[in-house]
Design a protein around this ligand. Structure first.
Ligand code: RUB
Length: 318
């Protein structure tokens, strides 16, 4: 059984962060499953199902933290249905396409809700690069509000540069700062606005490393912190007590081999994400409305029920 080259390429691009950010990763995974289904020459329904599940597993093993990835795979695989290969193929293609459409719609809806929290003249501080967070700024700008941004550069991968560029494209004045300057510049900010890779049942938000420190500082400074996150970021397994795995990335993102050798014998750690407890967060803005973090579990139960099994595992291994 062959993995479609798009599946392999998508998996590699997610792992290397060519494709990054939770929503974008989810959309790319769904599109890759569609390619696999469209190109499949499986002769039996069993072979087709097995092939799509293998593709889903390959995509799933790339990065562990953004729950939009397993949620996207789950969305497509749960809808894989039909008694023969053409019907199965059509169901996967339709589900993947539907998923992408829903993602776009959800982002526009949450953008409009998040924009209502921003007032004319507000300054937002951002961390990393989040398409959901930017959707809120974009909608505010479309409502005619003047918004300014203080953008943290976000070491070590500097996703803040992507945020700065996209905000400039929206016409938003940008001040770029190093991460360590955040507390000083919080005095000039009206909101901290971040995205999420995963949201746990207790309302904890898992996002780019540095989010939790920023939230604690923002709380101390009295600056509200708002998380923009489509419901695809809700982590259903945390309802049954599972914790979210924090990705540890290559040490060379922090210090290159030459510099490291010059320093001497050191340990380098490079966690990609951290966990912000709900008490430091003011609102989670989703396409279904805005929620105090502690009440997000009600939305989660509504959307996922208690079914958290992973459909890309063979039935007996679930
Ligand atoms: O932490 C990151 C990206 O981390 P990385 O760069 O390591 O993938 C983003 O804030 C969330 O993924 C939300 O993004 P979006 O709102 O676009 O889903």
């Amino acid at each position: 059984m062959d993995l479609h080259p798009t599946v392999e390429a998508t998996a590699e691009d997610i792992a290397s962060m060519e494709i990054r950010g939770a929503a974008t990763i989810g959309a790319a995974a769904a599109a890759a499953l569609r390619e696999q289904a469209e190109a499949s020459d499986a002769e039996t329904p069993e072979a087709f199902r097995a092939e799509v599940r293998v593709a889903a597993r390959r995509l799933h093993e790339t990065r562990p933290t953004a729950v939009s990835l397993p949620n996207a795979l789950r969305y497509v695989l749960r809808r894989m249905d039909g008694g023969d290969v053409p019907l199965l193929r059509a169901s996967v293609v339709e589900a993947a396409t539907d998923f992408e459409r829903r993602l776009g719609r959800a982002q526009a809806q949450l953008g409009a809700i998040g924009a209502n929290r921003l007032q004319d003249g507000d300054v937002v501080m951002t961390h990393c690069h989040s398409t959901d967070a930017l959707a809120c700024v974009e909608a505010a700008v479309e409502q005619g509000k003047d918004v300014e941004a203080i953008v943290k550069e976000t070491r070590p991968r500097l996703q803040g540069h992507i945020t700065a560029r996209q905000l400039r494209e929206l016409g938003v004045p940008v001040t770029l700062i190093v991460d360590n300057a955040a507390r000083r510049y919080l005095d000039d900010a009206d909101h901290v606005l971040v995205g999420a890779d995963a949201i746990a049942a207790d309302g904890s938000v898992i996002n780019k490393i540095g989010t939790s420190g920023l939230a604690v500082n923002a709380r101390e400074r009295g600056v509200p912190i708002m998380v923009a996150a489509q419901t695809i970021k809700l982590h259903p397994a945390t309802m049954t007590g599972h914790t979210v795995e924090i990705e540890m990335r290559d040490e060379r993102e922090v210090v290159d081999d030459e510099e490291r050798a010059a320093i001497g014998d050191i340990t380098v750690e490079n966690p990609a994400f951290d966990v912000t407890p709900p008490r430091y967060l003011d609102a989670i803005v989703t396409e279904s409305g805005q929620f105090p973090p502690e009440s997000i579990v009600t939305l989660m139960r509504e959307l996922f029920g208690d079914g958290v099994a992973e459909p890309w595992l063979e039935p007996e291994r679930r």
